[in-house]
Write a protein that binds this ligand. Structure first.
Ligand code: C2O
Length: 575
């Protein structure tokens, strides 16, 4: 954003963190507040363009500062505050509603209410917890972990540290059971947004400390399912022994070991050979961790604050390997319990192993950034807060800012290879001519919205071409697929290809494969509207089509296409 005029008269938040002018909020009463947003209008995905809430668009401000001054006058001299997502009020937890039928859900995941909430301070670290790769653990470790889970299951049912209570923590934060504090019209959903990594990091943190306390081992760390490495791609052995407390019968029986994790899974087990699956997996990981994530938002997910509609947009790992693996593990039914549905996945010990790997991938990604910015500096992110019960059953309020130093959180991961890191896929057709010969319509003449009940091909114009190295370093070229409407109760997935000539939807190990969108089903059926962004700069280099004016985009439905509508596609440049 351009620097502001000196006469800018609004005080910014007193947060210790840098607050960009784009997040200034003048807050008087909820019904009378004005937000200056740097984001484009995203009807349905945020409320920032909703004049009924008194908010105004940044572009209007830039067009005429007078608009803002009069707005400022209206709300008098009240101090500005940020609007990070606030921790939920447990006393207002509801069962959640099936928004399609308006019926309450048949599951109650509301946590016990406590009168006292403690602002959590990370305790001094005396001993580091060690998180091992699940396929490399010793028998002794497994015995310890089993004992801890057994004790957790044996706690009184109303103890917030009890196994089912812990499972319900996840359910409550994802099933739209909490209203947003400060905007009771909207619900809290910590998925499909920039809360994904920090919220799950806290969830694992307390889960691990509860287990460690139960076996009196302050070094106990959760194992990670190393599904990004061929050596760890099968379900880890400790979870599939029927006599173990880590066992869960509600799993897809076709996916028990030695089946290899399919990160491109589409809901039906296909007869793709293992070599192809592994090769696909490594490409998926490379895309999610390297190629598609030049910008923070693309890795973390989109901004989500008080006043934002749920599901503004998931990051690469969240909507890809992470979501797909949930569904791959769960029962082969449409609701996919336990792991394949957000309300029940916390009942599956393998869930925590899965998410410990997601947490590890976050750490790896931050390390890979080197000198580049690793985290948002927005106070709306850093000051966002959540509530959890700690290992002493005390209700604590935690902040995103405290998740960013893993040393201070007191745990480390076993070091293993990251074979995807050097796995930059080659193009299957260099200098493809398909964009000039195709009969596919251009995005401006074809009709959006379009239903993904079949493959949709469309030519998308590039506002800039032949960009210099410097331009590319400054701004990533991004394919934006917006207005993605899905029923949140369904598993849906589609893949995106650029200038793809061979049209083999099972081979993802090529530069033409741009990425995917997939969603883990929820219990609360509702219509969600979201967007994804896919990094194109490196992909177009690899296809050698940087001078082309248009690219051919194929959207290939893989699961639940009937339930996916796409609102539009465009190319933007952003940093
Ligand atoms: Cu909160 Cu993998 O989900």
């Amino acid at each position: 954003m351009a620097s502001l005029p000196y006469s800018w008269s609004i005080t910014t938040t007193s947060s210790p963190f840098v607050t960009r002018p784009s997040h200034i909020l003048i807050n008087a009463k909820r019904s009378n507040r004005f937000q200056v947003s740097c984001e484009q209008n995203q009807k349905g995905s945020t409320k920032s363009d909703d004049t009924s809430h008194g908010k105004i668009d940044r572009r209007n401000v830039l067009l005429g500062m007078g608009g803002l001054y009069s707005a400022a006058n209206l709300v008098s001299a009240s101090p500005a505050v940020a609007t990070p997502l606030a921790a939920p009020d447990f006393t207002k937890c509801t069962k959640g509603t099936n928004l399609n039928t308006s019926q309450p859900l048949d599951v109650d995941c509301c946590p016990p209410v406590a009168t006292k909430i403690i602002d959590y301070k990370l305790p001094p670290v005396t001993k580091m917890r060690f998180r091992p790769a699940a396929h490399l653990v010793t028998e002794e470790y497994v015995a310890k972990y089993e004992k801890a889970v057994e004790l957790m299951k044996a706690l009184p049912a109303d103890d917030p540290r009890n196994f089912m209570q812990q499972a319900n923590v996840h359910c409550a934060y994802c099933n739209l059971t909490y209203e947003q504090v400060g905007d009771s019209d909207l619900k809290i959903q910590i998925h499909n947004s920039w809360h994904f990594y920090p919220w799950h990091r806290w969830y694992l943190y307390f889960y691990e400390r509860i287990l460690g306390k139960l076996i009196d081992d302050p070094t106990f760390g959760l194992p990670f399912w190393n599904w990004d490495n061929p050596k760890g791609m099968a379900m880890p052995a400790m979870f599939v022994k029927p006599s173990s407390p880590l066992f869960n019968a509600r799993r897809n029986q076709n996916h028990l070991p030695p089946a290899v994790t399919d990160l491109a899974y589409s809901g039906t087990t296909q007869s793709v050979d293992t070599t192809q699956i592994i090769s696909n997996n490594l490409t998926v990981m490379y895309n999610e961790m390297v190629r598609n994530v030049q910008n923070l938002e693309d890795f973390y997910g989109a901004r989500y604050n008080t006043g934002t509609q749920p599901d503004p947009g998931p990051g690469t790992v969240e909507r890809g390997s992470h979501a797909v693996l949930h569904v791959w593990v769960g029962e082969a039914t449409s609701s996919g319990e336990d792991m394949g549905n957000f309300y029940s996945c916390g009942r599956e010990s393998l869930f925590f192993c899965h998410h410990t790997n997601v947490d590890r991938l976050w750490t790896i990604w931050r390390d890979l950034r080197g000198s580049k910015t690793k985290d948002f500096v927005d106070s709306d992110w850093l000051n966002a807060s959540y509530l959890f019960y700690d290992e002493n059953a005390q209700l604590v309020r935690v902040k995103v800012a405290d998740t960013l130093d893993q040393q201070k959180m007191g745990y480390e991961f076993q070091k293993v290879d990251t074979p995807w890191l050097k796995n930059r896929p080659a193009a299957s057709a260099k200098k493809s001519k398909i964009a000039t010969t195709t009969a596919a319509p251009s995005v401006d003449t074809s009709t959006f919205p379009v239903k993904l009940d079949k493959v949709v091909k469309v030519l998308v114009p590039r506002p800039q071409k032949s960009r210099s190295k410097k331009d590319k370093e400054k701004e990533e070229e991004l394919l934006v697929i917006e207005g993605i409407e899905v029923d949140t109760a369904k598993f849906v997935k589609f893949d995106v290809f650029v200038n793809d000539e061979d049209d083999n939807p099972n081979a993802l190990d090529k530069a033409e494969y741009a990425g995917c969108f997939s969603q883990v089903p929820h219990k609360n059926s509702s219509l969600s509207k979201t967007k994804i962004r896919l990094g194109l700069s490196e992909l177009l280099e690899d296809l050698d089509v940087e001078d082309d004016e248009k690219i051919l985009i194929s959207l290939v439905p893989k699961a639940g296409g009937d339930d996916i509508t796409i609102g539009g596609i465009k190319i933007i440049y952003a940093s």
